[in-house]
Design a binder for this molecule. Structure first.
Ligand code: SF4
Length: 406
């Protein structure tokens, strides 16, 4: 297929596909899906081999958020029956982190609900980072605390944070439909603050919120322009008790196309499958490892994932290997120059530099799947079945007396 040959060549050269090419990936048929995975898988292997990085989430503070992000079970007015608790103490967080690290994770992601941290909160998280780093040599720590004020990114970096996560989540044009208490520009600003402070920026998206293919392409191009080192791809978990509870829009095939598109647009960036992996990819999860080079081990912030051992078995069975603490995740050209996916010479970023994120969580036109992108009517996604049976609220790990899943 011309489209896939073009995308493969561009991915190996770290060249930005055209928007039509990215849209064409999302419009491929089920008959073409394995070819799409194979092409994007070659790009993945070029930059990341067969390594899978494991990340472990510790929810430092759960629920009771004043913001109204429609997708979030911790939002203002959420009726989801999630765990609600205030800040974990540093030793409690460190204990939870240790379980994930013992399970094979190399990065701990410290997340707190809320619009953004106070300076006191930054002090608390700094103490937690120190506790984790003192007890676990070589661990990477990422903080995800919401919108940052001036100077807070620098303080987190000085406390030992390696990275900061804040997702753009969706396109700028639809952001206001998802959240009204802060703006897309606020999110962009925080990613830029993290970047400017020398933290490794982590920023991604949520698919399945009713967005169009154009919205998905817009947000991924905006991410490329922001140049994060890692891009988490969340698949909406439609929690009962949230405004998006009825949005069951994703099929395993759709998730694979989305991951392939992200890989083609951000070829040398850590693409991480985040929340919703088990719910939406289901038995197709191992195929997704050919596209993403990173996943979360065990549970998510407010929902339970499959057993940590099942994650490890899946990686081994699919012929991949868990990335060790001594291995560098990113390709050498990115670690050397911190010149990421949005800054390659000659690359067309295809989006304004100011796109934005949240806590939480085309080549040569006409080269479509059938050689005719832009001429064929868009493929209709099959209606997805609601799988509420696969959504389970987290009842173990941080904030409970039960052992974490790792
Ligand atoms: S995504 Fe973050 S800011 Fe938005 S409601 Fe959830 S916890 Fe609050």
């Amino acid at each position: 297929m011309d489209l896939l040959n073009t995308l493969l060549d561009k991915g190996l050269r770290r060249e930005l596909p055209t928007r039509d090419e990215a849209l064409a990936v999302l419009a491929t048929s089920d008959d073409e899906l394995l070819d799409v995975v194979a092409a994007a898988g070659k790009v993945r292997r070029q930059w990341f081999g067969r390594r899978v990085k494991l990340n472990y989430l510790v929810n430092l503070k759960s629920g009771l958020c004043p913001e109204d992000c429609s997708y979030c079970s911790q939002r203002l007015g959420s009726k989801a029956e999630i765990l609600k608790y205030t800040w974990l103490k540093p030793d409690q967080a460190s204990e939870a982190a240790a379980a994930g690290l013992a399970g094979g994770a190399k990065r701990v992601c410290l997340v707190a609900s809320g619009r953004g941290p106070t300076d006191r909160d930054v002090d608390r998280v700094s103490d937690t980072i120190k506790a984790i780093k003192d007890q676990n040599e070589g661990v990477e720590v990422c903080a995800c605390l919401g919108l940052l004020s001036d100077g807070q990114a620098e303080r987190l970096r000085d406390a030992g944070a390696d990275a900061y996560n804040h997702n753009l989540n969706t396109s700028e044009s639809t952001y206001g439909d998802i959240t009204t208490t802060h703006t897309y520009a606020d999110r962009v600003d925080t990613v830029q603050k993290a970047h400017a402070a020398g933290l490794s920026a982590c920023s991604g998206l949520i698919a399945g919120m009713g967005e169009s293919d154009e919205d998905l392409v817009d947000v991924v191009y905006a991410l490329r322009a922001l140049d994060p080192d890692s891009v988490p791809v969340n698949f909406l978990i439609p929690f009962e008790g949230t405004p998006l509870a009825k949005e069951w829009n994703l099929t395993p095939q759709r998730c694979l196309r989305i991951l392939a598109m992200v890989r083609f647009v951000c070829p040398d960036v850590e693409v991480r499958i985040a929340g919703g992996r088990e719910v939406h990819l289901r038995t197709m999860q191992p195929l997704a490892l050919h596209l993403a080079n990173s996943i979360f081990l065990g549970d998510y912030l407010t929902s339970e994932g499959q057993a940590g051992k099942a994650d490890l078995d899946m990686i081994a069975d699919a012929g991949f290997e868990v990335e060790g603490t001594g291995e560098v995740t990113l390709p050498e050209h990115r670690t050397a120059a911190h010149a990421g996916c949005g800054s390659h010479a000659g690359a067309d970023t295809g989006a304004d530099a100011d796109a934005s994120a949240g806590c939480g969580s085309h080549a040569g036109g006409g080269c479509g799947p059938c050689g005719s992108a832009g001429q064929e009517p868009p493929r209709k996604e099959p209606v997805s079945e609601a799988r509420t049976d696969l959504v389970s609220v987290r009842r173990r790990g941080a904030g409970t007396d039960l052992a974490p899943n790792a």
